[in-house]
Write a new protein. Structure first.
Ligand SMILES: Cc1cc2nc3c(=O)[nH]c(=O)nc-3n(C[C@H](O)[C@H](O)[C@H](O)COP(=O)(O)OP(=O)(O)OC[C@H]3O[C@@H](n4cnc5c(N)ncnc54)[C@H](O)[C@@H]3O)c2cc1C
Length: 446
């Protein structure tokens, strides 16, 4: 690649703060709120026009269960529950009683407004929307600021501690935190809200199976779900853009275009072979939903065995019960591995049941995420939260759902405050105090 030299120039410092967070999904927002509630001045940088990430801009409107796999023991609460309660006051969330592991479906548009409220209620949070993290500023070997780009041009945000909640780990990447980028990455999906796509009495999968080739689609399948109060509107996540590395600019561009074309093709199948009078594309996700890109190396890498055997850790900051769920490389669908040894593989061709291990009398009912998956000694003052936490591929398949990642956000906020308050490196904070502070702020720690 040809190179040119960018001339050096002075950059205005837009804000000086205690903690700077890159990325404003619930992960980033919850980190900001937990740190602000402890007294820190926090800046959140979000490149889109709202908070919420995949849950709002990506249209993905399901949070899974806050209970263990038997629905007996509550294993999570904190800000996820706070936000669910707030949405409840506006009829913008519904509990899914018939499928308790799915737990909550919400209205993504209402969540955008609710997160605005949550952020602006905290006067010591300075939000920046439409603001893109561009590069880190390192002086004397220490991360001192980040450069951002927005309507005001290029600016710097100075902070003492940083949280990377950007999904792809853009800051961690630029700081040289080691990562792996697998040859097979779980494929991304363009989500869409469509009214009356599949008329009553018509089988969605049989219709798509019969005609996918005519409309240039591959063998594929995913899932769809309702939106509270909108019986005729569903959120579709039925296709995948296979073989995509969404952390590569050109591949991401192609995936966006292909993902939208897939949505049109699905609609065209129904237009031709099972038309309904008032089928309408109501909205497309603002960006393609990215499942997996770089997996960073933390001080500990959570493994498939840790998850499926429910290993407990002294530095646990989150609990989860969502199964291992890895979207397939081809033929659509996903491979589920449950904590009780069952396995299900959904593909274009149907569903195969089996076991990944023999039956046992006693099974784990939840797993844990340790704080050490969120830090790497390479950078003293950087915590990663959200899908940047350190896991192996299969563990990532379980950890990556929002009910889990929201907890990592909360933990990052509290840990960042503690590092600031104690003057310690993020790797060396007092874990007992971290867990106690999380608990007293509403988190469940087991
Ligand atoms: C199609 C699909 C369906 C899914 N279904 C479910 C489901 O039903 N339930 C569930 O719980 N999970 C589901 N998941 C998984 C889950 O949604 C994601 O793993 C999770 O949202 C990741 O959260 P995050 O906070 O790490 O990242 P994100 O939600 O991606 O948030 C990252 C934020 O950082 C911002 N950002 C990124 N780069 C920059 C930058 N350089 N500068 C400034 N801001 C930046 C982004 O705009 C975004 O707001 C699904 C994922 C996909 C893709």
């Amino acid at each position: 690649m040809k190179r040119i030299v960018e001339p050096a120039k002075e950059i205005p410092v837009a804000e000086e703060c205690d903690i700077c967070i890159i990325g404003g999904s619930c992960t980033g927002v919850f980190a900001a709120v937990r740190a602000a509630r402890l007294g820190a001045k926090v800046v959140v940088i979000e490149k889109m026009n709202s908070f919420g990430g995949v849950a709002t801009q990506g249209l993905v409107n399901y949070w899974h269960s806050q209970y263990d796999t038997e629905f007996k023991k509550q294993i999570a609460a904190g800000m996820s529950l706070e936000v669910v309660e707030r949405l409840g006051k506006r009829n913008a969330v519904a509990e899914i009683k018939e499928c308790p592991h799915k737990a909550f479906m919400f209205n993504s548009e209402e969540l955008k407004i609710e997160l605005d409220e949550v952020v602006t209620e905290h006067k010591n949070i300075v939000p920046f929307l439409h603001t893109h993290f561009a590069a880190p500023f390192v002086e004397d070997g220490k991360l001192k600021a980040v450069f951002v780009e927005n309507k005001d041009g290029r600016q710097a945000i100075k902070a003492k501690v940083f949280i990377d909640a950007s999904g792809d780990g853009d800051l961690a990447f630029r700081m040289g935190v080691p990562f792996v980028l697998d040859d097979f990455l779980q494929p991304p999906t363009t989500c869409a809200k469509i009214r009356n796509l599949c008329p009553e009495g018509v089988n969605y999968y049989e219709t798509v199976k019969a005609h996918y080739e005519e409309f240039g689609l591959e063998k594929d399948c995913g899932w769809s779900g309702e939106i509270p109060g909108c019986k005729d509107i569903r959120m579709y996540a039925e296709t995948h853009v296979f073989n995509t590395n969404a952390s590569d600019a050109r591949q991401l561009t192609n995936a966006e275009i292909k993902g939208r074309r897939q949505t049109r093709a699905i609609m065209d199948i129904f237009r031709k072979y099972a038309p309904s009078e008032n089928m309408i594309l109501l909205s497309l996700a603002s960006y393609i939903g990215i499942r997996e890109t770089r997996r960073f190396a933390g001080e500990y890498r959570l493994t498939e065995e840790d998850v499926l055997e429910g290993k407990s850790f002294d530095d646990t900051i989150a609990n989860g019960s969502y199964r291992v769920d890895v979207h397939n490389k081809e033929n659509g669908g996903f491979l589920f591995k449950y904590l009780d040894g069952r396995q299900e593989n959904f593909t274009f061709f149907g569903m195969e049941k089996g076991r990944w291990r023999p039956e046992r009398k006693v099974n784990p009912t939840y797993y844990q995420i340790p704080y050490r998956t969120m830090v790497n000694r390479k950078v003293d003052n950087l915590i990663f939260a959200g899908r940047t936490v350190s896991t192996d591929k299969a563990a990532f398949g379980a950890v990556r759902v929002m009910i889990n990642l929201n907890q990592t956000g909360e933990a990052a906020g509290v840990a960042a405050f503690q590092a600031l308050d104690s003057g310690k490196k993020v790797c060396d904070i007092n874990i007992t105090k971290l867990r106690e502070t999380l608990k007293s702020g509403g988190s469940i720690l087991l």
